[in-house]
Design a protein around this ligand. Structure first.
Ligand SMILES: NC(=O)c1ccc[n+]([C@@H]2O[C@H](COP(=O)([O-])OP(=O)(O)OC[C@H]3O[C@@H](n4cnc5c(N)ncnc54)[C@H](O)[C@@H]3O)[C@@H](O)[C@H]2O)c1
Length: 339
């Protein structure tokens, strides 16, 4: 049977997950991986019999590669995405698509011009919690949506230990991007006005040049409003790395979910308490499961079977527009209108 070739650019923490999905799928071959750090590229390539490169252009030059995942830090997506489109590869880009509106527009235009698929990995759309909340709203079961509260925050270990590049990004790019996409997807609506504040009194003192948290109020086209909160300074003693809470209040009802206590399995031993992941990216019978893997699998199947994507480059562009407006509002202290 002929296989379809995939590649991965960026083989750090999240690149491993892309590898686990492509590397174990029927009808698909992980042909090559690229990372600036040779040992990292070789480690992932060795697991799945792929070629390892330190220059992503060599991976893009391989005709067997039909599609690539871009899993580099957010500020390093644009150049790679433009080159991948030019090379005629379908693209799954990690969130956010890019950190400026102009860059997102260039990537969307390049993918359209090259006739390649472009998806942004907003994997929350594959979470059963969020899917069913959206269903309740879109089916009209809670009436007209009125107001939303959405909190997605990380333990402080994420900017201080996990991400070496936290000082070149923000919690708004890293997980605020998920929050904004999820709320616009649940409501089926776009943001028209933003008012936001942020605080920077903890991480900067620790030598990490980034904001601690953002609180943003978003007004949508329908008149519904959402308060979005994203913090990078939650205590490391929280049972889960993320703190996720959402409520959507409609004219005739409400939906709530708590994604922080999804770790339904608790394991207590003499000297430790563990809450293993059973929901986001667990492994069962050697197969990568969980909603974070499902979004990657969706892209893979869309390429293999030439099916439409659930998330597009346009979604990535809309989210970046909102984040740029949030940054402007934090800077100026004024509300910002979106075009
Ligand atoms: N860590 C998470 O929980 C998580 C979750 C979802 C999505 N993401 C997204 O995945 C992306 C990567 O995040 P990560 O946590 O894996 O970061 P990471 O630092 O662990 O890995 C990034 C890798 O990209 C490599 N890289 C950087 N520039 C490159 C280039 N020009 N060519 C080739 N390789 C290059 C780095 O050497 C590094 O190995 C980001 O967009 C992030 O938002 C991360």
């Amino acid at each position: 049977m002929d296989t379809i070739g995939f590649g991965i650019i960026g083989t750090g923490l999240w690149g491993q997950l892309h590898g686990a999905v492509y590397g174990s799928a029927e009808g698909v071959e992980l042909v090559g991986v690229a990372d600036l750090v040779e040992e990292r590229a070789e480690a992932l390539a060795g697991k799945y019999g792929a070629a390892a490169y330190t220059d992503y252009r060599e991976l893009l030059a391989d005709d067997r590669v039909k599609a690539v995942s871009i899993v580099t830090p957010d500020f390093a997506h644009t150049e790679i995405a433009l080159a991948a489109a030019e090379a005629g590869k379908h693209i799954l880009c990690e969130k956010p698509l890019a950190t400026s509106v102009e860059d997102c527009e260039r990537i969307v235009a390049a993918a359209e011009g090259a006739g390649v698929k472009l998806m942004v990995d907003f994997h929350a759309r594959w979470s059963p919690l969020m899917y069913q909340a959206r269903d309740a709203v879109q089916e009209g079961r809670i009436g007209e949506p009125q107001h939303v509260y959405y909190r997605l925050s990380d333990r402080i270990s994420v900017p201080t230990n996990m991400l070496s590049w936290a000082g070149k990004s923000t919690v708004m790019w890293f997980i605020g991007s998920h929050s904004i996409d999820t709320v616009r997807w649940i409501l089926g609506d776009e943001v028209r006005r933003v008012y936001a504040v942020s605080g920077s009194r903890v991480l900067k003192k620790m030598g990490i040049d980034t904001a601690d948290y953002y609180q943003a109020t978003l007004e949508f086209g329908s008149g519904a409003t959402a308060v979005i909160e994203n913090s990078w300074i939650m205590p490391n003693t929280m049972p889960n790395i993320i703190d996720l809470k959402c409520e959507v209040v409609g004219s005739k009802g409400a939906v709530y979910f708590d994604g922080s206590h999804h770790r339904a399995l608790e394991e207590y031993t003499e000297d430790d308490a563990k809450y293993p992941d059973v929901f986001v990216m667990p492994t069962l019978y050697g197969r990568q499961q969980g909603f974070a893997a499902e979004s990657i699998r969706h892209f893979m199947e869309s390429v293999v079977e030439d099916r439409p994507l659930q998330v597009t480059g346009q979604d990535g562009l809309e989210v970046t527009k909102v984040i740029c407006a949030i940054e402007e509002s934090c800077r100026t202290g004024q509300p910002v209108e979106l075009g």
